[in-house]
Design a protein around this ligand. Structure first.
Ligand code: URA
Length: 219
């Protein structure tokens, strides 16, 4: 897998990352969602440099401008619910994309430190020969990303796969690297040190879904 860790080059992205992590600023849920969206826009822009392009002529009032435009074959798939603001950021740039949504959540059985990933809702167009962008803001264990990809398999074989995440733990990055093809790409804003015993990224930012949409009752 090709790993593109954007934190290797300092940029304006650092300002948005710092705000989503800051335990005071992140309490403003509208700002939190908007910052995740802005990060999605930046990740989308970086990812766009690796897409396939076709020649295109634009007629201006004064002549013809020759350019290249990316192929309109993108399916943007996000994992509910934390993925929604990241999805919106990507969709702001890939505005012609088809969309897929899937629900994946952690079900803690008896022990709060162990969980399985439950996939339930799934709405997806054909993926056959398309460019699949799979977005999950927090790449913790990597299990949700892999469970999602498994659930998408009956919808066809994409020609390209791009995973997009905001914060990852090294463990999650290693897990998806093994599970996905060597030609797949991971676009990630930063990779943090570790996971705690509950599977949260440290230092991370907390629970991205709760910060964007409010607390939920534990299942
Ligand atoms: N999901 C989150 O929202 N936060 C984490 O740290 C890990 C998974």
């Amino acid at each position: 897998m090709h790993i593109h860790n954007l934190s290797k080059t300092p940029s304006i992205l650092n300002s948005f990352m710092s705000e989503i992590r800051d335990k005071t600023i992140q309490k403003d849920s509208m700002r939190f969602r908007r910052n995740i969206e802005r990060i999605g826009e930046i990740l989308g822009y970086e990812l766009s440099k690796s897409l396939s392009y076709d020649d295109y002529k634009t007629e201006t009032p004064l002549g013809i401008s020759n350019t290249v435009l990316h192929k309109k074959d993108i399916v943007l798939c996000s994992i509910l619910r934390a993925g929604v603001p990241l999805h919106n950021g990507l969709l702001n740039y890939f505005d012609a994309a088809e969309n897929a949504f899937i629900s994946a959540y952690r079900q803690h059985k008896h022990n709060p430190e162990s969980f399985e990933i439950i996939v339930e809702y799934l709405a997806c167009p054909s993926l056959e020969n398309k460019t699949l962008i799979l977005a999950d803001p927090m790449l913790a264990t990597g299990q949700s990303m892999v469970a999602t990809f498994e659930a998408l398999k009956p919808f066809g074989t994409p020609k390209e796969i791009h995973l997009v995440s905001v914060i990852g733990a090294q463990e999650g990055v290693d897990y998806v690297s093994k599970a996905f093809d060597e030609n797949a790409h991971l676009w990630i804003a930063v990779v943090d040190e570790t996971l705690n015993e509950k599977g949260y990224i440290i230092p991370g930012l907390g629970d991205a879904g709760d910060l964007a949409f409010g607390n939920k009752l534990q299942q």
